[in-house]
Design a protein around this ligand. Structure first.
Ligand SMILES: *[C@@H]1O[C@H](CO)[C@@H](O)[C@H](O)[C@H]1NC(C)=O
Ligand SMILES: *[C@@H]1O[C@H](CO)[C@@H](O)[C@H](O)[C@H]1NC(C)=O
Length: 336
């Protein structure tokens, strides 16, 4: 785990605002009532960033070329071809790996001043480990890309891991189910800081660990010299009680605990939320004293990928160890 000095407990929340949502509060309105609100950049605080954001798998293509090793996404597509209902292909995607200069000029035309993108672990370390060798071609690519962004006045925000962990580590020891991943991830993250940290000042260690854990499996000397900010991008819904009963109010709190609290509580207090410890019981790992100290305060900012709100309704617990799962532990039923 990366140890990051945590003296500043100021939480900087950055939000990438969807420009399209700025007018009319996103509500469909009748033609006759349509009202256009003119919004200018100067209506927003000076330090609000307008940016674009992608994950490498969505846009890069060239998944099998230039020294890149397979990620769990490549493996998934190979094993479950029927899941690609639209016949889309990771191997080409938006061909951004080859056409990144065009993409930078499109970003410039859009007028953004920040761009968040991810680096695939296996483009830097093909088999996920330092022992397997560093892929210089990958390093050269991100050096040129980062330089090009900066030359065009766009600040790079780099996600170190965005769902595409190395297939080799998955088959070697089960990926994130095994503690060995901590040292391999540390090696990879260190190469990123060492190589790109002179120009990249905003780092996101992981995108949505909730989704990685839920859908995928159901830290600085550099900072002292480079002055970068290191944070994490969490995702959560906001849960509103379905009714005003105390049961539904508690369900709404548990809904938040099981999505945001799962990661925020350790980051703030070094422990999982009380409701998770109570309901998940011995299937929830316990932090050692050392891990508790390491994780507590280990962030400079928290990114929130906010999608929508939901209503939370209490469902009575049915103690049945055989069917125990993260998906039912919270005793919350969601309503849109
Ligand atoms: C983790 O992986 C190592 C090999 O790297 C293996 O020896 C160990 O048994 C694994 N632990 C678990 C809990 O699977
Ligand atoms: C809950 O109570 C508040 C305040 O009395 C009220 O505004 C809200 O509509 C109530 N919500 C429900 C779902 O009944």
């Amino acid at each position: 785990m990366l140890s990051i000095s945590a003296t500043k407990c100021l939480v900087r929340i950055f939000v990438f605002v969807l420009l399209a949502c700025l007018s009319s509060n996103c509500q469909p309105t009748q033609e006759s009532q349509k009202e256009y609100v003119s919004v200018k950049r100067s209506d927003f605080p000076d330090n609000l960033l307008f940016g674009g954001s992608t994950a490498a798998v969505q846009i890069e293509g060239s998944t099998k070329f230039r020294g890149k090793g397979p990620s769990v996404w490549d493996q998934f597509i190979r094993e479950f071809p029927e899941k690609k209902t639209d016949n889309s292909n990771l191997e080409v995607a938006a061909d951004s790996y080859n056409r990144y200069k065009e993409d930078v000029s499109i970003l410039k035309d859009l007028g953004v001043n920040a761009y968040r993108f991810s680096i695939p672990w296996t483009r830097i370390l093909a088999d996920g480990t330092l022992g397997g060798g560093i892929n210089q071609e990958g390093i050269n690519h991100y050096n040129s890309f980062i330089d090009d962004l900066i030359k065009n006045g766009i600040d790079p925000y780099v996600t170190i891991l965005h769902f595409d962990s190395p297939e080799a580590l998955e088959s070697k020891y089960g990926g994130f189910l095994n503690h060995s991943i901590v040292n391999d991830f540390k090696d990879y993250a260190e190469i990123c800081f060492k190589t790109f940290g002179d120009r990249v000042k905003n780092w996101i260690t992981m995108n949505e660990p909730l989704i990685m854990a839920k859908m995928g499996y159901a830290m600085g000397e550099y900072q002292a010299t480079q002055g970068g900010q290191i944070g994490i991008a969490l995702n959560s819904h906001y849960y509103e009680p379905y009714s005003n009963t105390s049961l539904d109010k508690e369900a709404a709190k548990r809904g938040m605990d099981f999505e945001l609290g799962w990661f925020m509580e350790p980051l703030m207090h070094g422990e999982y939320p009380e409701s998770m410890r109570r309901l998940v019981k011995d299937r929830l790992p316990v932090f050692t004293l050392e891990q508790n100290e390491l994780v507590k305060g280990s962030f400079d900012f928290i990114g929130v990928n906010y999608y929508t709100s939901r209503y939370a309704k209490n469902i009575p617990s049915t103690p049945n160890a055989a069917s125990a799962s993260y998906l039912v532990d919270s005793n919350v039923k969601c309503h849109s």
